[in-house]
Design a protein around this ligand. Sequence first.
Ligand code: COA
Length: 285
Amino acid sequence: MSTTTNTAPAELPKWKTVEVTFEDGIAWVTLNRPTKRNAMSPTLNREMMDVLNVLEFDDRAKVLVLTGAGGAFSAGMDLKEYFRETENFEWIRKLRNHSASQDWMWRRLRKYPKSTIAMVNGWCFGGAFTPLVGCDLAVAAEDATFGVSEVNWGIIPGGNVCKAIEETMGYREALYYIMTGDTFTGKQAEAMGLVNYAVPADQLRSRVIEIAKKLLALNPVTVYNAKVMYKFTRNMDWETASEFSGAKSAQNAMMDKEKGRLKGLEQFLDEKSFRPGLGAYRRDD
Ligand code: COA
């Protein structure tokens, strides 16, 4: 049965720029400044960090979906509140403003203990590429519009946008869009590997729920360690990666109170009740 709540439950803080609702293990985290196309202001950055901290220990949030209110995922950094109004800040406040954005968009998101899915429902520009790639998975509406638009207004893609693009897009595509500021669609984003899937807009939510349900059925400790291992071994040489993965595997066994490995072995080798190649072990005993 669905347990949707349309307003944040009483015990959640009242955020001005982010809305959180829960539904069957999914926390829908919606950037909520639709009249500003969900541009990311200093307030939103501060609140998103708070949201992630709060949801980390909220059992209603087993998988997080990050999306935007109205017709936008996010129009990137807020040109007025993030850029213009901070222009004359002293350097230390400027630094804080910058790191408050980076703290949630990738430092926190990239190794968030719960699985995260970006649901790109519309405009996705500039700075929004960082949380997009900060999320583990991404699904876009086919007709969503993406753009690395910084060059269009005289800046370079900062805030780890280039790094996010480098992790997901090919060399030529990345340079083309970074250098021209041209837009591309959700369908093109799928072909480039920037998002996992692009689907017709009216199927976006159901496709995301389908993926979230897959994740929800699995051992969360193992899903977490597997994603962290992948993300970090990407930048290691083979020897270091091998040592790291050995240590991570041991950590996974230690963290996993459910003892998934043992159950998997028993159910496959002794009970012959499942095939690991074709699905997951039974978690209910
Ligand atoms: N920062 C601050 N405000 C923004 C914004 C941003 N990144 N993106 C949109 N807004 C504001 C507009 O200033 C406008 O505010 P107003 O109603 O007070 O005038 C409002 O949101 C609606 O924007 P508008 O341009 O009229 O909407 P649109 O639907 O016609 O176009 C976009 C949407 C996203 C194409 C367009 O707003 C845009 O190009 N935004 C900037 C995108 C960008 O380059 N971001 C990269 C930042 S690094």
